[in-house]
Design a protein around this ligand. Structure first.
Ligand SMILES: [Zn+2]
Length: 271
């Protein structure tokens, strides 16, 4: 399985591939700190890619949220001695069996072995070697158990699926997520970062502040179009298409943009 490795700074890499979540890795003198762990299927390939850049063991995995494409690989690293850190919402949401009728999606619980074993509520600092990793929980955004992971020494931030690049984002209303929350979380991030910050999205290319600002415009525009259409009584299919008009390229093409429009209609109508 193909895993791409990108060097952000000496000792900091992003591993990506297929549609699974971006994994950020930081090497410290005490070992590696990972952000997210991909899936059961791909974690062995991820581990081989890690072994090609570093001989140090994985000490920590930090999950940005509970979705399986970011967490099911946890088990692999736990078995090999890593601790898995996540917000308390991760275990709660990952334990559920959920059917999302609107999206024809059935989610099964995460296996016990992949569950986090260190939990936090607002903020947590990992000190590893001489380096610090700052983990914070925004109010409900992509889900109600999100974590942002900040590497202050490197000016690098992994914000999970609150930000997706070149693909439609997802608001998980079914596990406490909120579009308003995503917009608020992005606004807060934008006040804290600068032009040199590298932002690792949950999926897609590593980006910068201007890209996140542009993405925020897309989200807010689609939101207001959907709200207006819902109060006008526009039919769902027309609205799903018109709400994303002009943003198709940044959403991964016309078909995926339309799916995103439909998801926004379903989610915002739900409230
Ligand atoms: Zn997700």
């Amino acid at each position: 399985m193909r895993i791409d490795t990108e060097i952000l700074k000496p000792g900091v890499w992003v591993f990506s591939g297929f549609t699974n979540g971006n994994v950020l890795a930081l090497e410290t003198s005490d070992g590696l700190v990972l952000v997210d762990a991909q899936t059961t299927k791909r974690v062995a390939s991820l581990d081989s890619a890690l072994r090609r850049v570093s001989a140090r063991p994985v000490r920590w995995v930090v999950n940005t949220h509970f979705h399986e494409d970011h967490t099911s690989g946890n088990a692999w690293f736990r078995e090999r001695g890593a601790r898995v850190l996540a917000h308390t919402g991760v275990r709660r949401q990952a334990s559920k069996d959920t059917t999302i009728a609107e999206l024809q999606w059935h989610r099964t619980p995460l296996p016990q072995a992949a569950m986090p074993d260190v939990e936090f509520d607002r903020t947590y600092q990992i000190i590893s070697g001489g380096d610090t990793v700052v983990v914070t929980h925004p109010d409900p955004a992509h889900t109600d158990g999100d974590a942002f992971v900040w590497l202050p020494r490197h000016n690098i931030l992994h914000i999970g699926d609150v930000f997706e690049v070149g693909a439609p984002p997802f608001v998980d209303w079914w596990s406490g997520g909120s579009l308003d929350g995503m917009l608020r979380a992005i606004d807060e991030v934008l006040t804290k970062i600068d032009e040199n910050t590298r932002i690792v999205p949950g999926h897609g290319a590593v980006s910068r502040k201007a890209d996140l600002a542009q993405y925020r415009v897309m989200l807010a525009t689609v939101q207001s179009r959907v709200r207006a259409g819902l109060s006008d009584g526009t039919d769902a299919e027309t609205l799903a298409r018109s709400a994303v008009s002009g943003f198709e390229a940044s959403l991964g093409g016309e078909r995926r943009a339309r799916q995103f429009g439909a998801q926004m209609v379903a989610g915002l109508r739900r409230k």
